[in-house]
Ligand binder design. Structure first.
Ligand code: DGL
Length: 282
């Protein structure tokens, strides 16, 4: 494996929601360079077909692999739910040819679903776990599968919350309309008396205070961004690929479109000023 530790972590998402994952990575791994790709021209993915999401995910993976990233972080729950295998298939990169043998480097792929499922299983005492996400994520059943692989006895209650993404993009984190919609979506999940709720979408961490209030303080909310940062840190440690060049970390943000209010919304997700933003259509 190419062990140049200064190589960036490639993070990708369907839009700018994945900046919640970048934010968690910056806090957890402050010396790591990051290259982010957000498909702002084609967001949202959560209501698109499996075929389309796979095609888009393949294009982004290809782009980031060409940027020579040392690790791929799939921030988008929707892509992780339906396109994980496509991304893994594209992560094996030929790096050299010796005699007639091709040497292949496999760039590690981390995705939010496995990370959050682990955290949910560790935290749940009653083994009743709620999961909220986009329609594509919930319909894929990926969270329930991941949780059951870790604990066969866990009971999983899933709920699609399609209106949350536009509400968050609008900045309506505690708006009466958001509250009403959240109460409606969460009603069946509350009825199942879950003790843990997975926020299975890049946008939902921004609704955390409201969702916590509606669910009640005894319910543990699993933030997929934090879960992701934890497993990224573990993998970097384990593979000894942490950046040791001593320079301040470099962040590059690629987007496929620069939509209206991009800067404002992006900085809200990132929690700080967005650095260099470059336009890149795939
Ligand atoms: N990034 C998506 C996710 O985490 C939410 C936005 C979208 O639907 O594309 O599921």
């Amino acid at each position: 494996m190419n062990t140049q530790t200064h190589r960036a972590i490639g993070v990708f998402d369907s839009g700018i929601g994945g900046l919640t994952v970048v934010r968690a990575l910056m806090e957890r791994l402050p010396f790591e360079n990051i290259i982010y790709f957000g498909d702002t021209a084609r967001v949202p993915y959560g209501i698109k077909s499996v075929e389309t999401i796979n095609r888009y995910a393949a294009q982004i993976t290809d782009f980031l692999i060409k940027q020579d990233v040392k690790m791929l972080v799939v921030a988008c729950n929707t892509m992780a739910a339906v396109a994980h295998q496509t991304i893994v298939d594209l992560s094996h990169v030929p790096v050299a040819a010796i005699a007639s043998q091709t040497i292949v480097e496999s760039v590690p792929v981390l995705e939010v679903i496995d990370a959050s499922a682990r955290m949910a299983v560790q935290n749940s005492k009653t083994k009743s776990i709620g999961v909220i996400g986009t329609p594509a994520t919930i319909n894929s059943n990926a969270y329930a599968r991941a949780i059951h692989l870790l604990d066969r006895d866990a009971r999983v209650f899933s709920q699609a919350c399609p209106l949350f993404v536009p509400l968050v993009e609008e900045g309506w984190f505690d708006h009466p309309a958001t509250r009403l919609i959240a109460q409606e979506y969460l009603k069946p999940v509350i009825a199942e008396q879950v003790d843990t709720l997975v926020l299975g979408c890049t946008h939902y961490p921004l609704l955390k205070p409201l969702l916590q209030e509606i669910m009640g303080s005894s319910v543990k909310l699993i933030d997929s961004a934090e879960a992701m940062a934890d497993i990224a840190a573990d993998l970097i440690d384990q593979k000894k690929i942490g950046n040791i060049d001593g320079k301040p970390a470099d962040y590059t943000f690629y987007v496929s479109d620069l939509p209206y209010r991009f800067q404002t919304i992006g900085e809200r997700f990132l929690g700080r000023t967005l650095g260099r933003v470059e336009l890149k259509s795939l």
